[in-house]
Design a binder for this molecule. Structure first.
Ligand code: MEV
Length: 428
């Protein structure tokens, strides 16, 4: 393996030649794969090249649609970018199931975003507090150039609080700042404000031995919270009353298990994130930020727990999710990536709040699909059926072979080995 300096200065072709020569034994095949993934539309390709650094190709993910979602009495077709088979199918199935039971109801609980200036101060807390309180308005004034556009759109800085953390770390304090960023995810806005706050702090507290360590938004946003819910009388959960009762009982038990058992909770929530990430990605938002915030929220009580909950009372089955979702529908990739623009158009160009609702619904629907399978047929039946096509593609099955396999595995368990045996059998 070879090291290089000045890699970023090479042209795209030179980068590809370099990686082929030093990491791919000069393989022409790998080179042509990399090139096959280029877009023939040069303008579009350039746009993608410039999203990040050292780009040599595009990495495709399937872009699918889960139609028939009724959310707050409106019909949605939800775009999802995800490679895992079953996810879009499960979402569509859950949409259909709940579609004739009133659909999904949502509520945006809050939209507050957070950022912090982390700093140390060698002086007494009371001195720092006095200076902070005396000059608090200065922070707002000094950030005026940054905030005026956001304020015009209805957002801005909500509050700046001085927090004493010296009981946990010597001389450590924070400015804990809250923001409203309306339809923008707001990362640049928040970070720009915070860096200005850092400068203002050094200015007003110059006699107090203050040292700003860092200024950065937090992806933990427990007050940027959305809830989505479905409910129906227990008897509507299955055709036979006994089955419906059993299903409700087993479903609740499964969710309760995820609430007290972290090993299960992590997988349970992973299934939720299958739905959430797919919509976050399709709509050009930062899924790492959402992931980090959601998992921190799942552990907010000191133990990692389920993000969804079930309640059965007076014969009513109620299933809901509460998740922090900080996303935007303006700025960033949302206005740059052509497919993201299409995704947002499919959703009716939602506001950030509407998108929060849609994303929470996608997570809840996904969890319903997964837990439904788990407590009934088991996950593998549906999963392997969907996976069947992937295995067939791995073996470069012809259309005719695929048709035979799909027919055969309607009545046989589609394990990996069984599919491989079947292909070998029909080929010999
Ligand atoms: C697989 O991607 C997701 C599941 O494991 C989720 C779950 O177990 O709830 C099926």
């Amino acid at each position: 393996m070879t090291k290089i300096s000045g890699f970023s200065k090479l042209t795209k072709a030179e980068k590809i030649d370099w990686v082929c020569k030093h990491y791919l034994q000069g393989q022409d095949e790998a080179k042509s794969v990399v090139e096959q993934y280029w877009n023939s539309n040069e303008k579009l390709q350039k746009l993608h090249d410039e999203f990040a650094e050292n780009t040599i190709s595009n990495y495709y993910l399937p872009f699918g649609l889960a139609p028939n979602f009724i959310i707050d009495d409106k019909v949605y077709c939800i775009p999802m970018a995800i490679e895992e088979s079953s996810v879009v199918a499960a979402a569509s199935k859950a949409a259909k199931f709940w579609g004739n039971k009133g659909g999904f109801k949502t509520q945006v609980i809050g939209t507050t975003k957070v950022g912090q200036v982390h700093f140390s101060c060698q002086s007494e807390y009371h001195q720092l507090k006095e200076v902070f309180e005396k000059h608090k308005s200065q922070f707002f004034e000094d950030a005026n150039e940054i905030t005026k556009n956001m304020e015009r759109r209805g957002g801005g800085i909500k509050n700046i609080e001085l927090v004493n953390k010296t009981d946990q770390l010597e001389h450590y304090y924070q400015l804990h700042c809250t923001f409203e960023t309306v339809d923008a995810m707001g990362a640049n806005f928040i970070n720009s404000c915070l860096e200005q706050f850092g400068k203002t702090l050094e200015k007003i507290a110059h006699d107090l031995n203050v040292e700003v360590i860092m200024c950065i938004l937090s992806n933990y946003v427990p007050e940027c919270l959305v809830r989505a819910e479905v409910s129906c009388p227990i008897q509507d959960l299955a055709a036979k009353a006994e089955d419906a009762k059993n299903f409700a009982r087993r479903f609740k038990q499964a969710v309760d298990i995820a609430n007290i058992e972290p090993y299960r909770a992590v997988t349970h929530n992973k299934g939720i994130m299958n739905g959430i990430d797919a919509v976050v990605l399709a709509t050009g938002n930062d899924f790492r930020a959402v992931e980090a915030g959601v998992h921190a929220y799942a552990a907010k009580d000191g133990q990692y727990k389920s993000l969804t909950h079930v309640d059965i009372e007076n014969n009513l089955f109620k299933f809901w999710i509460e998740v922090p979702i900080a996303v935007g529908t303006v700025g960033g990739l949302t206005s740059l990536h052509p497919l993201v623009k299409v995704a947002l158009s499919i959703l009716g160009n939602p506001s950030a709040e509407q998108l929060m609702r849609i994303i929470a619904v996608a997570g809840l629907a996904q969890n319903f699909g997964a837990v439904n399978s788990l407590v009934t047929d088991g996950i593998q039946k549906g999963h392997m059926k969907m996976h069947l096509l992937n295995i067939l593609n791995q073996f470069e099955a012809t259309n005719n072979e695929k048709a035979q396999a799909i027919e055969y595995f309607k009545t046989h368990s589609a394990t990996h080995n069984a599919v491989v045996d079947f292909i070998n059998r029909i080929r010999s």
